[in-house]
Structure formats: structure tokens, C-alpha cells
Design a protein around this ligand. Structure first.
Ligand code: UDP
Length: 481
């Protein structure tokens, strides 16, 4: 009996020691799907390296409520989601106030309840002011940049006043990015294209450039990319201060398969669509489906929606099109019925599963950075149809740097016509150009896997960070004894 009590006691003690010996990271994304997803994946990777990780999401819209995902704890805090009702400026101010008020409370609570004192605040680069909060709470401050490194370079150069748009607005040379230069004005992030204080985007321009406001001061800078994908851009930015590429941040199942049960990102702001995409895809021939999605935010005009709809119909391809609830009314009135034989329209898809499905031959995308990395990692050729923000630069890379897709051309009214949609789809789905694109896509897919696999360039950077946090944590603990 005594032996049993001793062994239970010993086990408890070991558990306690194990708990106490972990460094705890608190991760804080902005409450947008394209930001929650990579932060979630980074958190899972850190947890797999022995750290305790909690992610906190300020949103009342999280549909999949789970307290724990693998070894990552998920905390949600009620906060109104941005629905375009307030100006983005007001929304940002409200968000800042809510986070600044709640965070110290939350850190104290988690310190008590988890048994692992928080030692690092990992924040979205769009929230640079969190570095001050980290300092006030005595925490390491680490920033995650969720755009491509090329885009980071453009914003950084604007911040440093090194990038000027010539008055003729024709070609721009980002001198440190020879692989990308010269860029046409339409290849630049949209907020930079209209770079003047009168532009309606001036708030957003300040916001994205503000990511660099304390770039040199942050303890760590991480970028959701991988070195082999953007070697030049990574090397150049790294010459300004140390940066760590750690991507692609997508579930391990689709890359290295080292993390158990990591097939989905996790917390979602959108309800998954009930109409089974998978069953529908299963019924289609290999490589015959165009998957169409413009992400979680892009809002297209009615005319543009109609051109895409009729372009898909003209192409005669099978298509799976994500049209979010708020966009649905913009579809031509008879389109759903007229195209039901070839097409399925859903309000939200399990995108990774769809891209990995053998019947999907091409992804018509707005070139959001996560979607771009997902298609690259899964070897799916793209038709790039950028909308705004960083998407034009991603589209440039897709078409002219990595050669994994073609980019649509808009007409003089800024509309991509049905004929253009059809032509681009045919180029990727059929013929010699399509074959070349598919071969390139496979090449990048392999490189993406290598980057995150054990010992790969991104994996090494994550290991280094985890080891450094653990070392610092033990040092502090030892000095307290
Ligand atoms: N996504 C999804 N289902 C959809 C559309 C998008 O799961 O129907 C996911 C997609 O996999 C990606 C994220 O939402 O991880 C969108 O991020 P991205 O950077 O591509 O675009 P954003 O929404 O930020 O414009």
C-alpha cells in the first residue's frame, strides 16, 4: 500500500516538475481567418518542440469552440467582428483598447491556472504596439509577419522612405529585389499603388507600413515563408535585422506529417458548408475541377461576379466555387440552376481538403498569402486574380517568378472578362503551358515539404526559438532559487 502511495506521489511530483519546467508562449493573432490560421500552425509547431502554448482569439465569431487543439490551449474573448460597419480606423482603436485592457488580466489568470508562467508574447505583426505590452509584462516580444517576404520588403522600403513611386507611375525598381524588379505599378501592394495621403487607402497604408514601426526592437521576427521560396527577399531583409522564416504554416498532414492529428487549422470564423464538397469532388475525374475562392474578405462587384460565372461556364470545366453568404446575391440570377450539372457553389469550403483532392486541377484564387502557400505546398497550379492589399505582388510571383500559374488581365474598366477567365483556365488546364506549370508546381511542393520537415530551414528556425525560450526560462528559474 505504502509503495502504491509513494509511486502515485512520485508520479504527481514528476508531473508537477514537467509542468513547471515549460516555457509558456501566449500567441495573439488579429481576428481574421487569414491571420488566425498561420498563428495557429506556428503555435502547434512550438508546442511540438516542448513549449506550452496558449492562443487567444478576440472574436465572438469563432464557430468551432474547442478549449484545446493538440497541445495548444485555445482561449476566446468576446469581441465584435469587423463587418465593415465602423471605419477600419475606429475598429483598430476599439481592438487596441480591448486587448490592452484584457491582456494583463489574462496573463495573470493563465499564470495561475496553467502552472506555466508566460514568458513570451507572440503577436501578429499588424499589432506592433503589443511589443510595449510585452515589455510592461516582462515578456519576450516576438512578431509574426503573415505576408510574403517580398511584400514585407516593399512595406519596409516605404517605411524607410526608400521606395518612391515615380510620377509617370510606370515601372518601379525595388533595388534590393532584382528578381522582382522592375515592377509595374500594378504589381505593388494596392495600398502602395495609390501612395498619397489623399487616397482612401491612406489609413491602411499607414497600418501595413506600421508593422515596421519597431521592427528593430522586437526580440524575434518570424515570417510565414520559406527561404528557398524567397531567398533573395529573405536575405535582403535579414541584412537589416535578424528574421526567421518558419513557413509554410499549414497543417502538418499536408507537408511533413510529423505532427499527430494536424489536418485542420482549427478555430474558424465561418460555418463549414453543409453541402458535401468531398462527395461531389469524388464524383469528378482526376484533374478536371477548377476550385474558385477569393478568401474570407474580398468583395467583388456584380459585373465582375457575372463575368467569372459566365467564364467558368464557357470553359466547360467542372468547378467548385466558394461564394460567401454576403456575396451570394451578386451571382447572376439564373446561374446556379444553369450550371448545376458542372458546378457546385458553397458558402465556405474545407479548402485544404479540396486543394488536396485529386480531381482538383487548378485554383482560381485572389492570391491571399495563405491560399498561395497552400496551393504551392500542395502542388496545385493557379489562375491568379488578385483583388487588393498584398495580392498583386503575390500574383506577380505566382506568374513570373515561381511560374506556377497565370495571371488574369483586367480590361480598361478594371474588369476581368468572361473571355479572359476562359482563356486563363484553358491555359492552365490544357496544353504545353499547363504542363510546364504543373511541373513547376511539383518542384515547389517538394521544397515546401523539405523546409518544414525535420532539419529543414524553417524547422531549424522554430527549434532555435523554442530552445532559446526554454534556456532563458530555466536561467530565470535557477536564478530565483
Ligand atoms: N479558407 C477556407 N475555406 C474557404 C476559403 C478560405 O478554409 O472557403 C481558408 C484558406 O484555407 C486560408 C484562409 O481561409 O487559410 C484565407 O486566407 P488568405 O490569406 O488566403 O486570404 P484572406 O481571407 O486573408 O484574404
Amino acid at each position: 500500500m505504502q509503495n502504491l502511495i509513494d509511486s502515485v506521489w512520485l508520479e504527481k511530483l514528476m508531473e508537477k516538475q514537467e509542468r513547471q519546467s515549460k516555457s509558456h508562449v501566449l500567441a495573439l493573432p488579429i481576428p481574421a481567418q487569414g491571420h488566425i490560421n498561420p498563428m495557429m500552425q506556428f503555435s502547434k509547431r512550438l508546442a511540438s518542440k516542448g513549449l506550452h502554448v496558449t492562443i487567444v482569439i478576440f472574436s465572438s465569431k469563432v464557430t468551432k469552440h474547442t478549449r484545446r487543439l493538440g497541445s495548444v490551449e485555445v482561449v476566446t474573448v468576446d469581441f465584435v467582428s469587423y463587418e465593415g460597419k465602423l471605419s477600419s480606423d475606429d475598429y483598430s482603436k476599439q481592438f487596441l483598447a480591448a486587448v490592452t485592457r484584457k491582456l494583463p488580466e489574462l496573463v495573470a489568470e493563465l499564470n495561475n491556472s496553467s502552472g506555466h508562467p508566460i514568458s513570451c508574447l507572440l503577436y501578429d505583426s499588424h499589432l506592433p504596439w503589443l511589443l510595449d505590452t510585452a515589455r510592461q509584462l516582462g515578456l519576450t516580444g516576438a512578431s509574426l509577419f503573415t505576408q510574403s517576404c517580398a511584400v514585407d520588403n516593399v512595406y519596409y522600403n516605404v517605411h524607410e522612405m526608400q521606395l518612391k513611386i515615380p510620377p509617370e507611375k510606370l515601372l518601379v525598381t525595388v533595388s534590393r529585389l532584382p528578381a522582382l524588379s522592375p515592377l509595374e505599378i500594378t504589381d505593388l501592394p494596392s495600398f502602395v499603388q495609390g501612395m498619397d495621403s489623399e487616397s482612401e487607402y491612406s489609413f491602411l497604408l499607414n497600418h501595413v507600413v506600421g508593422q515596421f514601426s519597431n521592427f528593430r526592437e522586437a526580440d524575434w521576427i518570424f515570417v510565414n515563408t520559406f527561404t528557398t521560396l524567397e531567398e533573395e527577399a529573405v536575405n535582403w531583409l535579414a541584412s537589416q535585422r535578424s528574421i526567421k522564416p518558419i513557413g509554410p504554416l499549414i497543417p502538418s498532414f499536408y507537408l511533413d506529417r510529423q505532427l499527430e492529428d494536424d489536418k485542420e487549422y482549427g478555430p474558424s470564423l465561418f460555418k463549414p458548408n453543409p453541402d458535401g464538397c468531398n462527395e461531389w469532388l469524388d464524383s469528378k475525374e482526376t484533374g478536371s475541377v477548377v476550385y474558385v475562392s477569393f478568401g474570407s474578405m474580398a468583395a467583388l462587384g456584380e459585373e465582375q461576379m457575372a463575368e467569372i460565372a459566365w467564364g467558368l461556364k464557357r470553359s466547360d470545366c467542372n468547378f467548385l466555387w466558394v461564394v460567401r453568404e454576403s456575396e451570394r446575391k451578386k451571382l447572376p440570377s439564373n446561374f446556379v440552376e444553369e450550371s448545376s450539372e458542372k458546378g457546385l457553389i458553397v458558402t465556405w469550403s474545407p479548402q485544404l481538403e479540396v486543394l488536396a483532392h485529386k480531381s482538383v486541377g487548378c485554383f482560381m484564387t485572389h492570391c491571399g498569402w495563405n491560399s498561395t502557400l497552400e496551393a504551392l505546398s500542395l502542388g496545385v497550379p493557379m489562375v491568379a486574380m488578385p483583388h487588393w492589399a498584398d495580392q498583386p505582388t503575390n500574383a506577380k510571383c505566382i506568374a513570373d517568378v515561381w511560374h506556377v500559374g497565370v495571371r488574369v488581365k483586367a480590361n480598361e474598366k478594371g474588369i476581368v472578362t468572361e473571355k479572359e477567365v476562359e482563356g486563363c483556365l484553358r491555359e492552365v488546364m490544357e496544353g504545353e503551358r499547363g504542363n510546364k506549370i504543373r511541373r513547376n508546381s511539383e518542384k515547389w511542393m517538394k521544397l515546401a515539404k523539405t523546409a518544414v520537415d525535420e532539419g529543414g530551414c524553417s524547422d531549424k528556425n522554430i527549434t532555435e526559438f523554442a530552445a532559446e525560450l526554454a534556456r532563458k526560462f530555466h536561467e530565470t528559474k535557477d536564478s530565483e532559487v
